[in-house]
Design a protein around this ligand. Sequence first.
Ligand code: SF4
Ligand code: FES
Length: 361
Amino acid sequence: MEENKFKVTIDGIETEVAPGTTILQAARQIGPEVAPPAMCYYKPLEKSGGKCRACLVKVAQGSAKDTRAMPKLMASCITQVQDGMVVENYTNEEVVETRKGIVEFLLLNHPLDCPVCDQAGECSLQDFAFKHGTEAQRFEEERRTYEREDIGDKIQLHMNRCILCYRCVHTADQITDGRCHGVMYRGDHAEISTYISKAVDNDFSGNMIDVCPVGALTDKTFRFKNRVWFSKPVDAHRDCDKCSGKVHLWYKGDEVIRVTGRKNQWGEVDEFICNTCRFDKKETADWVIEGPAKMQRHSVLSANKYRKDAIKPEYALKHAAQNYKQIDDSRPYNKSLEEVKESEDYKALMDKNKEFKLLNK
Ligand code: SF4
Ligand code: FES
């Protein structure tokens, strides 16, 4: 072992990380094939994580010194690795089963209005449910609903869709000048507070749209303009005195319909952008175009865009391999109708037909 490095094994793959690294970060270091999903953790935001339980994993061995397993599943985004720790994620049935329950919990109150939601196509909850959820839900009660609240001309708040991940609260706290909103009440009554309208006036408030994993905070200037998968994202930049000016421009034909921060493969914004870049620069002439954006997330966004190597969800492939028979492709194919008519199978079928007709005369 290198000095000051901890060895950790995740789903059978060993890696070395600095002390203080979380299990989730160690898993991301290995790659998306072992990285747990995350609905509330957001690396650029301090103190994020620990709210949604999407990232639960089994710690099968606590450390090299204490080889006992941890009795309960652990939230990987806030649990630090120990030297010699062994973690099971996709290889552990209990984890896979529990995630189905977590999807169900997150969908208890989240409306199934994807067809009219602007976040569809880049919604982390959609991706999470697709990869880890079940087809059916047991919840029969009425979903919790909130009065609509107008929080200004730029950001649309749909509290009904909120999963209380706290990312927007951390964004307002850490990126804008003084947080004016937060989560009020507790448990089933918890909601993003009314003072969000004050935070919206801030120069960096638009970043709350980018960090929201669902469609609870969406861009009013983009509302109902296009499904994201029909729009064409390009990388562009401009000289901006407030932010890095590095963005994705989303085109519909020649029109820039939306400006967002650039996201990495974990769906996290690399550099937060200011509201001037996001809301006020919607002309191509405002920008230096770099070229087509490479969508790194494994979602509908990357499936039909510029890359052919989109990784299909591992879980779906495993599920298909376990539950469906492989098609027998070893049969010889006939090329023409004449050949079909000459084939033994065809003749046998015709004979059967004749018998059938005779019988039913
Ligand atoms: S509004 Fe979005 S970012 Fe804020 S807590 Fe709800 S889901 Fe999270
Ligand atoms: S991502 Fe770990 S608890 Fe939400």
